[in-house]
Each structure stands twice: as C-alpha cells, then as structure tokens.
Write a protein that binds this ligand. Structure first.
Ligand code: SF4
Length: 202
C-alpha cells in the first residue's frame, strides 16, 4: 500500500471487504480533515451516526470533540480525524483483534501520508497500538516520542458522556496539545537551522 495516495486509500476503504464488518456496515468511514494536519486524532470505530453518514465523530461524542477543538482554536478542517477500524462493529461492540489487524494497513498508510507532528489516540484501542500494556488511566495526557511523531493518549470523548467526572480530565489533556505541537515545531526548526547546529558544535 506504500505507493497509494490518500484518495486511493479512502477509495479502497469504502470498497473494502477484508473483514466481516463489511457485511454489516452501511458506509465505511475512512476519515476526514487536512491532509497536511499537524495533529491526527485516532478513535476506535464508527458508531451509529458515523456508519449512516460515512463521516467520523458526528454523533454526541463528535460534538464534544468539536467543542474541545474550538477551545484550543482549532477546527475539524485543520486536523485529521479517523478511527483504528473503519467500519461499525454491530451494536457498537468493541472491535475484535482480527478486525483491528485487517484494518491496520489503512491506518499505517494514513499516518505515513499525513506525517503529523502529534497523534492523539482517543480510547484504549488506538492507544494500544503504541502502548500495548498500558492503562489509559495511568498515561493519559502524557506525550511520548516514537521517532518523528509524538503520541498523546487521551480518553475517548464518549467516555466523558458516560462518566461525567472524566470531562474535565479530557478537556485538560486537550489543552496541552498546542504547547506539545509548538515544542515539536521548535525542535524541527532547530534541526533545520544551520546556526543552531553550529552552536551545538562549539
Ligand atoms: S473494518 Fe477495515 S478491514 Fe474491515 S471491512 Fe472495514 S475497512 Fe475493511
């Protein structure tokens, strides 16, 4: 899949039959947003409204995500939003390991193409891609570097709808993102600045 463009990846997802979720979905949900986004949000799987519309995060959890983006002066068009699994599991059950594995080729390529500075994992299924043995309650909001990408694990916005006490936690984690992106940018600028390199040499 390495040579596919984003449009080709999205087309493949819409017609994909690699796992059994293709039998029960209404629409596959490839993702949406800026293809040069600095921040990429990766949730779990489409729900009822996403399956109907073919767009990610359009239900109540999506509304809350939009509000949090506004709180840090971002909107959906400036970030990229997708899910680990692109088709709705029946009854909103958890995605199964073989479904996540079958779908992983798409998220791999989407990350390569967008090449974001920061990946925000929303919920435990996307978190476990980078932190397979961790608990979200322990590491949420704590950025960690993986090569050129910084990954920030966060609770899924739907968690705040089910458990009101998490709302302030998710909002606080979201407010850390501008500073994390700025730090990544500063490091990139320093790497590209020959004077800065020279200073390090002396
Ligand atoms: S969930 Fe992923 S692998 Fe399964 S059918 Fe949908 S796009 Fe294909």
């Amino acid at each position: 899949m390495i040579e596919l463009t984003m449009a080709e990846v999205e087309d493949q997802i819409r017609g994909c039959k690699l796992c059994d979720l293709s039998r029960t979905r209404t629409n596959a949900v490839p993702g949406e947003g800026s293809r040069s986004a600095e921040i990429m949000f990766i949730g779990e799987a489409p729900g009822f409204h996403e399956d109907r519309n073919g767009e990610p995060f359009v239900g109540a959890a999506g509304k809350f995500l939009n509000e949090m983006l506004e709180s840090i002066d971002l909107d959906r068009s400036s970030v990229y939003i997708t899910n680990v699994v692109k088709c709705r599991p029946p009854g909103n059950r958890d995605p199964l390991p073989d479904e996540i594995a079958a779908c992983s080729t798409y998220i791999d390529r989407q990350i390569e193409l967008i090449n974001p500075k920061v990946v925000v994992t929303l919920g435990r299924f996307s978190m476990s891609r980078w932190f397979p043995k961790e608990r979200i309650s322990r590491i949420h909001g704590r950025p960690q570097r993986f090569g050129d990408i910084t990954v920030v694990p966060m609770y899924h916005p739907a968690a705040a709808l089910h458990q009101g006490s998490l709302r302030a936690t998710i909002e606080a984690d979201m407010k850390k993102l501008p500073q994390i992106v700025a730090q990544m940018q500063a490091e990139e600028d320093e790497r590209e600045d020959p004077d800065s390199e020279q200073m390090r040499l002396f």
